[in-house]
Design a protein around this ligand. Structure first.
Ligand code: MG
Length: 272
């Protein structure tokens, strides 16, 4: 199932997308929050035949939801990306987080933050959405609600100013998320990940190239630490970020970044 949040007449609604149509299921589910649907931890029983429907192109999609906690991010999880970056910490699992206030939706603007950074960069990533809370998780598939796209926007210079990545990863609008959350039965792994800037392909990878696959990430992250429904884990970016180009090419106002993952759609954002 392909879930979305969208805005209609100033109100957020929960939608199910099929064949370029959005079915409004908010009334059936008695909530306008996709996060709440996920947090209920059961497969919702919905009837699309009685839902009002609109063309996908006629609605304004929002981020699926703003998480209650920081977005958990994995760094250096693709070999070729490790090589294009400085190799500090290479070989170790890199884990950092992004502030929930950085989350924006598809087609939202990403702020250039020119007073704070000269090195704005993109990272197209597959995000895992936790569906069932748990600690010391072994049966990983039972705990995954679905998958989405995240663009782990980064101020490279700020990232390096501090011992932790947190600030350089967390400015407002630095976490485009969406356009949909797709449940696992609709996807066929491996997924391809590509990022284009102004129509030029920059990143092209496959989830098969992850150094640590999703089940290993979730086992490691949940060891001794509860992962809760609605938690988001961004699983790292393939090679091809602007920082890795020779010479580096950073994002500028007016640039359009599109991250596409097979089965998950395209997450498009303009830098302003
Ligand atoms: Mg990243």
């Amino acid at each position: 199932m392909k879930w979305c949040s969208y805005e209609i007449e100033g109100e957020t609604r929960v939608g199910v997308v099929e064949a370029d149509q959005v079915y409004d299921v908010s009334d059936q589910l008695h909530t306008n929050s996709l996060l709440e649907v996920i947090a209920r931890e059961f497969k919702p029983d919905i009837d699309l035949d009685v839902a009002s429907v609109r063309a996908l192109e006629d609605v304004k999609l929002q981020a699926p939801y703003r998480p209650l906690k920081n977005v958990i991010c994995i760094g250096k999880n693709y070999e070729e990306h490790v090589k294009e970056m400085d190799t500090a910490g290479a070989g170790k699992l890199v884990i950092f987080t992004k502030a929930p206030t950085s989350v924006v939706g598809p087609d939202a603007i990403v702020e250039r933050h020119a007073a704070l950074t000269d090195q704005l960069d993109y990272e197209g990533e597959l995000a895992v959405i936790i569906g069932k809370s748990g600690r010391d998780i072994q049966d990983v598939e039972d705990h995954i609600f679905g998958y989405a796209i995240i663009n782990d926007i980064t101020a490279r210079d700020v990232q390096k100013q501090h011992v932790q990545f947190f600030r350089g990863k967390s400015f407002d609008t630095f976490c485009p998320f969406g356009p949909f959350i797709v449940t696992p039965e609709e996807l066929e792994f491996p997924l391809s990940i590509r990022t284009d800037v102004n129509g030029e392909n920059r990143q092209l990878g496959s989830t098969d190239d992850m150094i640590r696959p999703i089940d290993e990430l979730i086992r490691t992250l949940s060891a001794g630490m509860t992962l809760e429904a609605g938690d988001i884990i961004a699983t790292g970016t393939p090679a091809g970020v602007g920082h890795g180009m020779k010479p580096p090419v950073y994002l500028q106002s007016g640039d359009r970044v599109e991250v596409t993952i097979s089965g998950l759609g395209t997450l498009r954002n303009d830098i302003v």
